[in-house]
Write a protein of this length. Structure first.
Length: 419
């Protein structure tokens, strides 16, 4: 049904050694302009402000997810036997294209755009794009099936579980890749052992009980990566500054749009109407940084200052919040120093649990263990470690961010130190 490439294509990768491509439709999608755009989007949003080697892209992560999916559908015996060639191609494409709708600065863009990246992803795959044309040329149903797998709504739930579960190809790649490029050890786990012990039972993706320790390592890796990397307050400060800059641009655009004529790449995201996939295509991080550099000389002092802070890494300080009065006190202090608190003070709440089984609706996407007695049980029923933490409260961090000029005297500097 699908054409093969003239020879197997191999791409060097620091996580997987080689990434293998032998299907022409996949190779064509890799080379499509929407996919190539992901080379110009950081995988980790603002984390490269802390971990200076975290310069890897959404493109490399997407290839890594594809490679894990490719291995799963060919190396897990039951998957190899149960899935048709069409389903294998569809789920491999879903792994490759699952992040195609991401905007610049990764999840920071969610605060800027009126559409979520998941919606842009579906639109790029199913509407007027080079990716859509490639998929339609290969098979008339392929674009809709790939989009459904990514959204977790495909009729074959096995395909959904491979892409979006609690032990899926997406998470397994980004933990290993992000740990490697940040130079941290938190995200390491035994991917080879997990794939080797995966089995399919009653349309559930399971792991044999002999692989449970590798799964526990994966759970711990995910938890530590969230708190040490993904939710790092310096990254949140950087991303918050970008959100404040766009807030200021929106406010100016409503009154004096002509003063932002030089930064047309931002216009679709400053209007009240929703941006198109073509608007998204032209706003990668290279375009955004060029726009920021133009705003350095804008007549508005707030725009000039915020872009200076973003480009020159003069980020906001932060404090952990214990009560609402702290925010109000800081707000008064910020205002007293001449800063507009609409743009120079913001709060952010982060929360993450070590592991929590999904509700009944999504229970099929839990982590399931194939026990030695041949029964399938949810992870927390088998792992003493996971069971012990399931009842623990969700860890939360509530922080307030503000210019360092608003700090009080040295005796009161009990906040965390920003590098």
């Amino acid at each position: 049904m699908f054409h093969k490439t003239a020879e197997v294509k191999v791409l060097r990768d620091p996580i997987h050694g080689y990434i293998h491509v032998e299907d022409q439709v996949i190779w064509d999608c890799i080379n499509a302009k929407e996919m190539q755009r992901l080379r110009r989007i950081h995988q980790l949003g603002g984390d490269f402000q802390i971990y200076h080697t975290a310069e890897h892209s959404r493109f490399s992560h997407s290839l890594g997810v594809y490679e894990i999916v490719r291995r799963m559908v060919h190396e897990i015996l039951e998957l190899s036997q149960q899935l048709s060639d069409y389903e294998k191609i569809a789920v491999m494409l879903a792994g490759l294209l699952h992040d195609i709708g991401h905007g610049p600065f990764s999840h920071a863009f969610e605060a800027i755009s009126q559409r979520k990246h998941e919606e842009f992803t579906r639109m790029i795959i199913t509407e007027d794009s080079e990716i859509h044309t490639i998929l339609q040329r290969a098979h008339p149903h392929l674009s809709s099936d790939v989009a459904n797998i990514i959204s977790g709504t495909h009729q074959n739930d096995l395909l959904n579980q491979i892409i979006s579960g609690q032990l899926d190809a997406d998470r397994m790649d980004y933990l290993l890749r992000d740990a490697y490029f940040t130079g941290t050890s938190y995200g390491h786990f035994d991917l080879e052992r997990i794939i080797r012990t995966m089995r399919i039972v009653d349309q559930k993706l399971t792991v044999k009980e002999s692989g449970i320790h590798s799964v526990e390592d994966y759970i711990m890796a995910r938890y530590h990566m969230y708190w040490q990397v993904y939710l790092h307050p310096v990254a949140r400060s950087y991303e918050g500054l970008i959100a404040m800059l766009f807030r200021r641009m929106r406010d100016i655009y409503r009154i004096h749009p002509e003063t932002l004529s030089e930064v047309r790449m931002f216009h679709p995201f400053l209007m009240d109407q929703e941006a198109s996939i073509h608007d998204l295509f032209y706003l990668d991080e290279a375009a955004a940084y060029y726009g920021f550099s133009l705003l350095r000389n804008h007549e508005d002092t707030i725009l000039r200052d915020l872009t200076h802070r973003i480009l020159d890494r003069e980020l906001f300080e932060y404090r952990s919040l214990t009560c609402a009065e702290e925010v109000e006190n800081l707000r008064k202090r910020v205002s007293a120093l001449g800063f507009d608190d609409n743009y120079y003070l913001f709060t952010d709440k982060a929360a993450e649990r070590l592991y929590s089984p999904y509700s009944r609706k999504d229970s099929g996407h839990n982590i399931w263990i194939l026990c030695e007695d041949h029964h399938v049980r949810e992870l927390s029923e088998v792992s003493d470690m996971v069971h012990a933490v399931c009842g623990s409260p969700t860890k939360e961090e509530h922080k307030v961010f503000f210019p360092k000029e608003a700090m009080m005297n040295e005796e009161e500097k009990h906040y965390e130190v920003i590098m």
